[in-house]
Design a binder for this molecule. Structure first.
Ligand SMILES: *[C@@H]1O[C@H](CO)[C@@H](O)[C@H](O)[C@H]1NC(C)=O
Ligand SMILES: *[C@@H]1O[C@H](CO)[C@@H](O)[C@H](O)[C@H]1NC(C)=O
Ligand SMILES: *[C@@H]1O[C@H](CO)[C@@H](O)[C@H](O)[C@H]1NC(C)=O
Ligand SMILES: *[C@@H]1O[C@H](CO)[C@@H](O)[C@H](O)[C@H]1NC(C)=O
Ligand SMILES: *[C@@H]1O[C@H](CO)[C@@H](O)[C@H](O)[C@H]1NC(C)=O
Ligand SMILES: *[C@@H]1O[C@H](CO)[C@@H](O)[C@H](O)[C@H]1NC(C)=O
Ligand SMILES: *[C@@H]1O[C@H](CO)[C@@H](O)[C@H](O)[C@H]1NC(C)=O
Ligand SMILES: *[C@@H]1O[C@H](CO)[C@@H](O)[C@H](O)[C@H]1NC(C)=O
Ligand SMILES: *[C@@H]1O[C@H](CO)[C@@H](O)[C@H](O)[C@H]1NC(C)=O
Ligand SMILES: *[C@@H]1O[C@H](CO)[C@@H](O)[C@H](O)[C@H]1NC(C)=O
Length: 548
């Protein structure tokens, strides 16, 4: 494509052009070796034919499923060796015919370690050369036991393996295609959202655009909060316990009160933070003692939906938004969720036998002092990323019942505080998705934006029928970076049963925070064109909703 001008460019350019072309490689271990630093070991380079599959199988504990229906590509696996630890890297290199000239990195989940082949497979469908780091250990998302006595692996998981993998993968991409990728992106949700924020904070040069979904950026407070809410609702607390069968009636009552308050009674709580909710409607009365809450349990409900504070009243963590559901993290009759206790035992106390009955808020201080793996993404001054032209899209489901959406609002507030004189919207926009759970899914609300970990069974990638920057967050970040088109809204889609990509049930704009979608007053409410973004007011976290 550049041949016509080759003879007019300067000698230096001509030389580098020839050099680049000559550097293009075939898909074999031998071809890559000379291009890799000495501290890497290439394990395999595999030619995958069109419509083929590739993955790590059951050996990859975090992502045992293969990527399927792949375009023709070269799959590379390698190992980066450091003095005291090592990590795996996986790279998919699509053939020249599919390659879009861009590099996309995806992330991991929870405490897990392993190469995320399925997400790499999704991104390679767009034409990206895609990469995932194994993050330095091999475990499922809920297993943190590897962290005991293993601070090096913790650091790899916290941020180090991601950056090192990005550096090596960019070299592989440049060597394979004969020139560096034109643009580098990141998209992932949950633990992967946190990894994306760490990259923005520590290695602003790594990516031109980052999409970070539902990030547990404040691990030391999130996981300890999970221990605390579990303890508040154990049977040992007797009358305080909210009986498991009450969580559905509680949800119904929250929807009954909060759904109409956002202007439309549509089964979607669009603005939980403006809802005036009274839990008194759930109280048992002298004539009714079934399907209701006795005073002590009502107190627990109010406590659960309030800010968590230490004994001196200092804010520790925000609650779930109204409409998110506590049952998943508080249903156990014998112990708080391992999502909380495993973090404290394996990453903070370094003691698998740590007894959660000894938990109190002093453990939060200890966790903060240690900041295991340096994993908290709490360096809020993003000016290096901003000044190199980086763009950040951050999203969170308001019905997230694993990581409170309020923690994302708090993150943005902290960034605004740290970068006082800056208009964040120039480089950082946040989208709160009403009704969406943790990274994906909803009862009724449109949620699908082709974000990290979002899949529709009948489609390989993007938003079928709506493969554009309005509907697909990956295309949105590309447009923002490459054309300067900043997204004022994203249109979320709900497909039939969240499975059938041929049937759209509902679409609605998700407006850049703090603006909110409002129904224009006529037309089908399930069509996005009948909604418009209107100015909204920023929420202030901490903001106890159901205080005492
Ligand atoms: C892919 O493109 C590069 C750079 O243009 C070229 O050197 C290489 O031969 C091409 N590979 C194939 C298999 O066509
Ligand atoms: C691939 O490249 C390697 C290293 O340059 C070379 O030894 C090998 O013969 C090549 N294989 C094919 C099939 O071209
Ligand atoms: C792709 O592979 C799948 C599973 O191996 C197979 O069912 C399908 O028919 C193949 N599609 C094409 C177009 O070859
Ligand atoms: C591997 O070696 C390269 C080149 O010497 C160096 O830049 C890089 O930091 C090393 N990576 C790790 C993870 O040690
Ligand atoms: C961690 O190290 C301590 C001190 O060496 C040792 O007592 C303990 O058994 C180790 N724990 C694990 C799980 O390896
Ligand atoms: C909630 O109550 C406050 C104070 O009474 C009122 O200003 C506000 O409009 C109410 N919000 C909604 C959504 O009804
Ligand atoms: C008892 O109160 C609860 C909570 O207000 C309500 O859902 C339920 O329908 C009431 N039952 C009867 C029999 O009135
Ligand atoms: C944890 O501590 C409680 C209270 O002291 C005790 O009853 C329980 O047996 C301990 N659990 C374990 C596994 O040691
Ligand atoms: C928390 O627990 C530790 C050890 O279990 C104890 O020393 C400390 O006094 C407790 N702090 C509070 C605030 O209860
Ligand atoms: C609108 O979407 C909801 C699901 O969100 C669905 O139940 C309803 O049938 C749809 N209405 C129309 C008119 O399509």
């Amino acid at each position: 494509m550049r041949t016509s001008s080759v003879f007019t460019v300067s000698c230096t350019l001509l030389v580098s052009y020839i050099h680049n072309v000559a550097a293009a490689l075939n898909c074999s271990k031998a071809a890559f070796v000379p291009h890799l630093p000495a501290n890497t070991t290439i394990l395999s380079a595999t030619v995958v034919a069109s419509n083929g599959s590739y993955g790590g199988g059951s050996q990859d504990k975090d992502f045992p499923k293969s990527a399927t229906g792949l375009p023709a590509l070269c799959a590379v696996q390698l190992h980066v060796n450091q003095e005291h630890s090592s990590y795996m890297v996986g790279v998919f290199l699509p053939s020249n015919a599919t390659y879009n000239g861009r590099f996309m990195t995806t992330g991991n989940t929870g405490f897990g370690g392993g190469i995320n082949w399925p997400a790499m497979g999704t991104f390679v469908q767009y034409g990206f050369a895609s990469m995932s780091t194994g993050s330095g250990h091999n475990s499922g998302a809920g297993d943190a036991s590897w962290a005991i006595n293993n601070t090096e692996a913790l650091t790899d998981w916290g941020y180090r393996a991601m950056h090192g993998s990005v550096v090596v993968a960019k070299e592989i991409v440049a060597a394979y295609y004969g020139s560096s990728a034109q643009y580098s992106y990141y998209s992932a949700c949950s633990g992967g959202g946190r990894q994306g924020l760490k990259e923005v904070q520590l290695y602003p040069e790594d990516f031109d655009g980052v999409v970070a979904g539902s990030p547990p950026w404040w691990l030391t407070h999130l996981h300890t909060w999970v221990v605390q809410i579990g303890m508040w609702n154990l049977p040992e607390s007797g009358k305080n316990r909210i009986p498991p069968y009450m969580f559905l009636p509680i949800k119904h009552e929250i929807y009954r009160q909060c759904d109409p308050q956002d202007g439309q009674t549509d089964g979607i709580i669009s603005d939980p933070y403006s809802c005036n909710f009274s839990s008194a409607a759930l109280a048992c009365s002298s004539t009714n003692s079934t399907n209701c809450l006795h005073p002590a349990a009502l107190d627990t409900l109010n406590t659960l939906y309030s800010d968590w504070r230490d004994p001196s009243g200092n804010f520790l963590f925000p609650p779930f938004a109204l409409g998110a559901d506590y049952s998943g993290l508080t249903k156990s009759t014998s112990a708080p969720s391992g999502f909380g206790t495993d973090f404290v035992a394996d990453m903070v106390m370094n003691d698998a036998n740590w007894n959660w009955t000894t938990f109190n808020t002093s453990i939060v201080e200890k966790a903060d002092r240690l900041n295991p793996g340096g994993a908290n993404a709490d360096d809020f001054d993003l000016s290096s990323f901003q000044s190199r032209g980086g763009k950040l899209i951050h999203y969170h489901g308001l019905s997230d019942s694993l990581i409170p959406a309020g923690s994302s609002i708090l993150f943005r507030e902290k960034v605004a505080e740290a970068m006082r004189s800056t208009s964040l919207d120039d480089f950082y926009r946040m989208f709160l998705i009403p009704g969406m759970g943790h990274c994906r899914n909803s009862d009724l609300a449109p949620w699908y934006i082709a974000g990290g970990g979002q899949t529709i069974a009948s489609s390989s990638h993007s938003v079928p029928g709506f493969s554009d920057a309005q509907h697909d967050v990956v295309l949105a970040i590309m447009d923002w970076v490459e054309k300067g088109d900043a997204p004022d809204s994203l249109i979320a889609t709900k497909f039939l049963d969240d499975k059938d990509s041929t049937k759209v049930v509902n679409q609605r704009p998700i407006c850049a925070y703090p603006s909110q979608a409002q129904y224009v007053g006529s037309g089908n409410m399930n069509e996005s064109s009948n909604w418009a973004c209107q100015a909204g007011k920023s929420i202030s976290i901490p903001e106890a909703k159901l205080g005492h």
